[in-house]
Ligand binder design. Structure first.
Ligand SMILES: [Zn+2]
Length: 460
């Protein structure tokens, strides 16, 4: 290897669509130096199959991965919904130590890489100790998240959260005490993370005012301004309008619906990511799309929690951008999130191929390309397309998989998203470095053993 490695793929999803015989030159700093289609392999390194740009997972609460499958039983009251699930989640997180969080996050991040995600935006609100006090180093939990990301080899944009209230005009509950650091402390954590990011090309730093129910508008505006003071392009993520009750409470307390309230008070842009935004009226949908904010959709979690159906057709008609996240991690693969997104829309609208666009008439291609591009913007990471100057985050499919036989171009993406093809993601590269090979991660045995020991102790 001289100053670069050239990879060769039989098919690649490029910004203009699928192309055959693609040479991707990767510089030693892990960025893509050049891309050329229709060239013979020559002495370049053959990839094992078709390649797509790495997907950003734009919404993760890593610790919730440990709860997957533990909150699916009907309660004695028979009243099971988002708010009762949240009480279960609060009881679960009350005991988690920094070691536990690191073990859980490492296992999750390996699973996300295997699912085609190369970057994760960690919406980080479990920050205080079990008594609700800051750790000796207030960034302790953030360092554990980053240690897990480094162990897995996934890129991470960490978003320390501001959480001050238990609801509109309500004091926090006991179950929320581990989220409640003062704004100055959160800003100190962000400053420390930014110093670390200066020497880590895979680390991004933003912030996450939790929601309009957890942060008052004056606090939110001041916090966002402080975060952007030293980094004008810092990503800012916020949960909004996930549940009808949240909309009703916001209306009652402020006279405004949540998305309308955000739009009225904050200068939203492409580096604002609104998580869920499920319950918008037509005016909110059009105005939020026009503001440029990215919709952070978490299809399997939203389905699992019974949140509702995002107004996807109206959002896209208004030019809205969207990315995908796995949030509570009842799903961990990118294709599965896109499939759930598309199927919820098909069931609701009695239509097919809603993710297709004029540039990408195949739904699978359109969904992957759009979510990869906007997800990268929302996480402020230089990925989202296979193009010169981008980091070489690549997802390579298994050309030997029987379902890919004879398929090319758009049929590959549609088989990935809609085909019953587990195991199709074969190799994954982050910054030009291969972190998944043949579906396996180098450290997956040790990471899984630590995770299993953690779970046995937590569930004993
Ligand atoms: Zn969330």
């Amino acid at each position: 290897m001289t100053d670069r490695t050239t990879l060769h793929a039989p098919w690649a999803l490029l910004p203009g669509g699928w192309a055959g015989d693609v040479a991707i030159a990767v510089a030693t700093d892990g960025t893509i130096a050049s891309v050329a289609a229709g060239v013979p392999r020559g002495d370049s390194v053959a990839l094992a199959g078709p390649v797509l740009p790495g997907m950003t997972n734009l919404h993760s609460h890593a610790f919730q991965y440990a709860m997957a499958g533990l909150a699916e039983t009907r309660s004695a009251s028979g009243e099971d919904h988002f708010w009762s699930w949240r009480e279960t989640m609060y009881r679960f997180l009350a005991r988690l130590t920094p070691d536990d969080v690191e073990a859980i996050a490492a296992q999750l991040y390996v699973a996300l890489l295997q699912g085609g995600f190369t970057t994760v935006a960690e919406f980080h609100y479990l920050q205080a100790d079990p008594a609700g006090a800051p750790y000796a180093d207030p960034a302790e939990m953030a360092w554990r998240i980053l240690a897990a990301a480094r162990q897995a080899g996934i890129a991470c944009t960490i978003l320390p959260s501001l959480y001050r209230h238990g609801g509109f005009g309500r004091p926090p509950s006991d179950g929320q005490r581990r989220f409640l650091l003062p704004a100055e402390t959160v800003l100190d954590i962000i400053a420390a993370l930014r110093r670390a990011a200066a020497s880590d090309p895979l680390l991004g730093v933003g912030a996450a005012p939790h929601s309009l129910r957890a942060v008052a508008m004056e606090e939110l505006a001041a916090f966002a301004a402080a975060v952007r003071e030293n980094d004008a392009a810092a990503p800012l993520h916020i949960h909004v309008a996930e549940q009808p009750r949240e909309v009703a409470e916001c209306l009652a307390a402020t006279g405004q619906r949540p998305v309308a309230r955000l739009l009225a008070h904050l200068p939203l842009d492409r580096r604002w990511c609104v998580i869920h935004a499920t319950h918008m009226d037509a005016a909110e949908t059009a105005a939020l799309a026009a503001a440029g904010a990215v919709a952070g959709l978490c299809p399997t979690t939203e389905g699992n929690l019974g949140d509702g159906v995002f107004p996807f057709l109206a959002w896209r008609a208004a030019g809205g951008a969207f990315g995908i996240g796995t949030d509570s991690h009842v799903g961990t693969d990118a294709a599965g999130e896109l499939r759930m997104l598309e199927y919820a829309q098909r069931l609701w609208h009695l239509r097919r191929a809603v993710g297709a666009t004029p540039e990408h008439p195949s739904a699978g291609t359109g969904l992957w390309a759009a979510a990869a591009a906007a997800g990268a913007e929302a996480a402020a990471q230089p990925i989202g397309a296979i193009a010169p100057g981008q980091r070489a985050d690549l997802v390579v499919l298994d050309a030997a998989h029987p379902l890919l036989a004879g398929r090319d171009g758009a049929a590959i993406a549609d088989t990935l998203v809609f085909g019953p093809a587990p195991g199709l993601v074969r190799d994954v590269y982050v910054g030009g470095r291969q972190v998944i090979a043949g579906g396996r991660h180098d450290a997956e045995g040790a990471i899984a053993a630590r995770f299993a020991a953690t779970m046995r102790r937590l569930l004993a």
